[in-house]
Write a protein that binds this ligand. Structure first.
Ligand SMILES: [Zn+2]
Length: 278
């Protein structure tokens, strides 16, 4: 792993870090490098100055493609500040606001913002998600606002779908009584796993198995701080689910960080290199 200083383009005060992982088992020449940029890393209440869930996965070679995992409040402004956003597809893990809320201002941007700053995007939703958006639009927005702004689709659990050219598989995970999913994102032989929000479960280990990077929530100070049924993880529970490199996220800033563990911060960039060895 290589650490190098990096700063968030629109917020020079944010001193961030670049972390480079060497992907395993990758024959040279059969792999397109993948870059993860943490757009927002906050839990359900935002850490000071931080956006909520948003993780941009991009190819670093041609053709450039970009997939946003979740789109919580604060993410859209960061994307627009980040040199003019291009997002080919977005995939939403579940309908708690901190994971999808900025689809609302994004719809307004595409409807009323400067045409050259519209961000057309395919949006992948959990099963029933179109109905969820329709209900929100009817109550709090304009009917059809999401259909006008995005190319909307619903994914099927455990069934691979293609988003921005990445192969994505959604795994059902327990999260209180909410229907929630984690994602495995594959590009060539490289896999990035993302927990969304989840209680401890064997399915989380299956989601993370063999991933070159597992981005996993670690919301709780202790397991007994959760409700029933459970919906989140302590740092120890997150670490226990991983069998490879892990990046903890969705962690309140007031909680301690386990020694030697990388915590996501807004602006963190992780390059997963195709070069074998380290
Ligand atoms: Zn959350």
């Amino acid at each position: 792993m290589i650490f190098a200083p990096r700063s968030w383009p629109s917020n020079p005060g944010f001193a961030m870090t670049t972390l480079i992982l060497r992907s395993r088992f990758i024959p040279v020449g059969q792999y397109m490098n993948v870059r993860l940029t943490v757009i927002g890393s906050s839990p359900a209440w935002p850490n000071p100055g931080s956006a909520q869930s948003g993780y941009l996965v991009e190819t670093t070679g041609e053709p450039r493609r970009s997939l946003l995992l979740d789109c919580g409040p604060g993410v859209l402004g960061r994307l627009r500040a980040n040199g003019g956003a291009r997002v080919d597809a977005t995939a939403i893990t579940h309908f708690h606001l901190d994971h999808w809320g900025d689809l609302v201002p994004w719809a307004w941007l595409n409807a009323y913002g400067p045409p050259n700053e519209h961000i057309p995007c395919t949006v992948w939703l959990p099963p029933g998600g179109r109905g969820q958006l329709d209900a929100f639009a009817a109550n709090f927005g304009n009917p059809g606002m999401f259909d006008s702004a995005f190319d909307l689709h619903e994914f099927e659990p455990e069934t691979p779908f293609e988003a921005a050219g990445f192969e994505v598989e959604a795994h059902r995970l327990p999260h209180y009584t909410m229907e929630a999913y984690g994602f495995r994102v594959r590009e060539g032989n490289s896999v990035l796993a993302y927990s969304g929000d989840s209680a401890p479960t064997e399915q989380l280990s299956e989601l993370a198995r063999g991933a070159d990077l597992f981005v996993c929530e670690a919301t709780l100070a202790q397991p007994d701080k959760d409700g029933q049924p459970r919906g989140h993880l302590s740092a120890d529970e997150a670490l226990a689910a991983a069998d490879g490199p892990i990046l903890l996220t969705h962690r309140p800033v007031e909680l301690p960080v386990p020694d030697g563990v990388q915590i996501a911060k807004d602006g963190l960039v992780v390059d997963i290199s195709g070069e074998p060895g380290d």
